[in-house]
Design a protein around this ligand. Structure first.
Ligand SMILES: Nc1nc2c(ncn2[C@@H]2O[C@H](COP(=O)(O)OP(=O)(O)OP(=O)(O)O)[C@@H](O)[C@H]2O)c(=O)[nH]1
Ligand SMILES: [Mg+2]
Length: 437
């Protein structure tokens, strides 16, 4: 079982690849071979799974046939022939399990390259990881096309003159990287390119390094470099953010990820303000096969829902409790008071739990989203950010501004509305998808 929270998604420092022009052709050949091996392994595993499914299905059919024969002997009533039932079942099976293995295309090779560079083995790579990397790359298409392709051509053209600096500045600002981060990136680039004339490939590698360093900087303040729920322990993740940011969707996607990674999980539906909110959470609970603790009375106290959820989680040895909250109340003060109250209940009633407070930010809002963070920070004592909707925007540069200005690590990113469209954030994969996509 793949633990998504603990997947190795960046190279060890000594594994960092520093390509030179001469080596590049050989490397591409190697990566292609690596991708082919990974593809064959995925196909083989899929075939094995299907074979065992068919076997199980046959066994079940045989049992059914035997039962039917017994029944017929007793009742002597005409029944549907067993062969007909068998073919119905196979059809059903095909309908519910379409062939969704990723194709061996350019995107597959790109994803394989990222995994190979992270020190992974072609034998261990799963179809789900390839699918995710493909999605991440597609999700960042808009930002890449608008910003990065132009940026690459300027930075790759050699030492920066004044004109080039101005161009880079305006490109970064358009992608919502923000003034402060833009200044920092440009002065680092200028300094290095003045010292030595770097060939285009190395100039881009250096730009990537600068961006990764900014994204990883907030990790220095945390003692949780990798972000995963501790096994056999109660972890509580409080999700906050303005309305429409993607909190509830993120709660559902996280519950799904926890479930498929082998954690026991529960959701607290603490958005009691909006009538349809609890129903929405319940739908996500069903999709992710996760129990939802809720209170259907109108305007129920969200802190009471959280209290009930803590008690339930403790008594059932739940490992991850995810708390969905409201994004809008009568006014902002009420919302912040409510969040503070939820936070106090969590601190008081589950002092032993590992508590994380995540702000869900909509990437399409760009810089506008950042001012919200300060308000939430006080009420919920934020420890990280979930960045959603990167697929719908050319403002993907906001990730850099978040790390630089809020000094909060980005823990997850969302690139679509589907249940598998949210995964842990890796600065390495993110920057590769932006600059090497
Ligand atoms: N394209 C895209 N849409 C997303 C993503 N995440 C969430 N959404 C959509 O954003 C909309 C709002 O999401 P919700 O999860 O309901 O947002 P919320 O923060 O819970 O909103 P309130 O409950 O009103 O506070 C929904 O239509 C989601 O499908 C994403 O990563 N990409
Ligand atoms: Mg919601």
């Amino acid at each position: 079982m793949l633990n998504w929270f603990r997947r190795k998604s960046k190279p060890e420092p000594e594994e960092q690849v520093q390509p030179t022009v001469v080596e590049e052709t050989n490397k591409s050949q190697d990566y292609l071979e690596w991708a082919k091996t990974a593809f064959q392994n995925i196909q083989q595993r899929k075939t094995e799974e299907q074979t065992s499914e068919v076997q199980e299905n046959q066994e079940a059919t045989q049992t059914l046939e035997a039962e039917k024969i017994e029944e017929t002997a007793i009742e002597q009533t005409p029944i549907q022939p067993a062969w007909l039932e068998k073919s119905d079942r196979l059809e059903q099976l095909q309908e519910i399990a379409p062939d969704d293995t990723p194709k061996l295309d350019e995107e597959f090779v790109w994803s394989a390259k990222i995994l190979a560079q992270s020190g992974r083995k072609a034998e261990d790579v799963s179809a789900e990881e390839i699918k995710w990397l493909k999605k991440l790359r597609q999700g960042l298409n808009k930002t890449r096309i608008n910003l990065v392709n132009q940026l690459k051509s300027i930075v790759g053209a050699g030492p920066l003159n004044k004109e080039a600096v101005l161009e880079i500045e305006s490109l970064l600002l358009q992608a919502d990287v923000g003034i402060e981060a833009t200044d920092e990136i440009i002065s680092a680039l200028e300094k290095r390119l003045k010292e030595e004339a770097l060939p285009p490939d190395q100039a881009i590698e250096y730009l990537k390094e600068i961006l990764r360093e900014i994204l990883d900087r907030p990790l220095a303040n945390t003692n949780n470099q990798e972000f995963f729920p501790q096994k056999n322990y109660l972890n509580i993740w409080l999700m906050t953010g303005v309305n429409g940011a993607g909190k509830t969707t993120t709660v559902g996607k996280l519950a799904h990820m926890a479930h498929e990674s082998g954690y026991s999980c529960m959701i607290a539906a603490a958005d009691t303000f909006r009538a349809a909110a609890v129903e929405q959470v319940k739908v996500w609970g069903e999709r992710s096969q996760t129990q939802v603790i809720s209170n259907n009375t109108k305007n129920a106290d969200p802190a009471a829902v959280v209290f009930d959820a803590i008690v339930a989680a403790q008594s059932r040895s739940i490992e991850l409790l995810i708390v969905d909250t409201a994004g809008r109340l009568q006014n902002k003060k009420n919302l912040m008071d409510e969040l503070s109250k939820i936070r106090r209940i969590l601190d008081k009633k589950a002092p032993e739990a590992l508590l994380e407070s995540l702000l869900v930010l909509d990437a399409t809002l760009g810089q506008n989203g950042l001012s919200q963070a300060k308000v939430f920070s006080q009420a919920a004592q934020l420890s990280g950010v979930v960045l959603t909707k990167l697929d719908g925007t050319a403002k993907g540069g906001i990730a850099i501004a978040i790390a630089q200005q809020l000094n909060l690590p980005i823990r997850f990113i969302g690139v679509g509305e589907g249940i598998e469209d949210l995964r842990p954030f890796s600065s390495y994969e993110f920057i590769e998808a932006l600059l090497n996509g």
